[in-house]
Design a protein around this ligand. Structure first.
Ligand SMILES: NC(=O)c1ccno1
Length: 249
């Protein structure tokens, strides 16, 4: 997978050199390219923002530097009409979920447009959407000073799903929200040695070696955790159960 990030703060993306993503880059599984937005300005002050039309607080990111930057990204691609999926982190985007992470992990090329200030001139997104898939994504119901942190979150969540990136290929199959048996379920508690630590013992079933009992215990724990922390997911189960039995009035 190739990942391009256009940003005014490339240093914010330094963590992409570390750990899981860093190792994947070193192994050639990920090709991450950073582009400094100010390189696409042409005034002495390297201006990337201006006041908003219609008034209001803050500044809006100008369209020209962004369009030049995105044009450069696309032009540097493999050609033959290949374009990236443009991911735009924004509080007003669709929720970033494990399912969306799986969808993005299936793409060969992602480009990220993290905004600063009050956001990017809307026409940049509209112009891009004429040439490539655009996904506006929110990592949560809160506002950050800029989208770079959201890029780190999304890239890590996507990269760990790429074949060969996680040591144990099965590791993410039992993640919270993973498609299949963990869909809409939160992962339960995990334990490791020592079996007795500060008088707190590991649940006996986990020491039993009985795989069926262990799997049932883990599912019970996942249900309990989901009931406690995400009753909205439980409501979804009930609705799907109801739909299965066609209990509609
Ligand atoms: N909630 C978000 O995804 C976000 C992106 C930029 N600011 O906030």
């Amino acid at each position: 997978m190739r990942i391009d990030v256009v940003t005014i703060f490339p240093e914010y993306l330094a963590p992409l050199d570390l750990s899981l993503v860093g190792k994947a880059r070193a192994r050639g599984q990920l090709d991450v390219r950073l582009h400094e937005l100010r390189e696409f300005t042409h005034d002495i002050h390297r201006t990337v923002d201006d006041t908003p039309y219609g008034g209001g607080p803050g500044m809006v990111m100008k369209p020209e530097p962004w369009s030049e930057a995105l044009d450069t990204v696309v032009a540097s691609g493999p050609g033959e009409g290949a374009v990236p999926t443009l991911v735009v982190p924004t509080p007003s985007g669709r929720p970033f979920t494990q399912e969306l992470a799986q969808q993005l992990a299936a793409e060969p090329w992602l480009a990220f447009a993290p905004a600063r200030y009050e956001g990017i001139d809307r026409r940049v997104i509209e112009d891009a959407a004429d040439r490539m898939p655009v996904v506006e994504v929110s990592i949560g119901d809160y506002v950050l000073a800029g989208g770079e942190v959201a890029v780190l979150v999304i890239v890590e969540a996507v990269a760990r799903l790429l074949p060969g990136v996680l040591g144990n290929a099965e590791s993410h199959q039992d993640d919270s929200f993973a498609p299949g048996r963990m869909a809409d379920l939160l992962e339960g508690p995990v334990y490791t040695k020592p079996a007795d630590w500060r008088g707190r013992e590991v649940p006996e079933v986990l020491l039993s070696g009985h795989h069926g009992k262990i799997a049932r215990w883990r599912r019970e724990q996942a249900f309990a955790r989901t009931l406690a922390h995400r009753p909205d997911l439980v409501a979804r189960w009930r609705r799907e159960e109801m739909d299965k039995h066609d209990l509609k009035a």
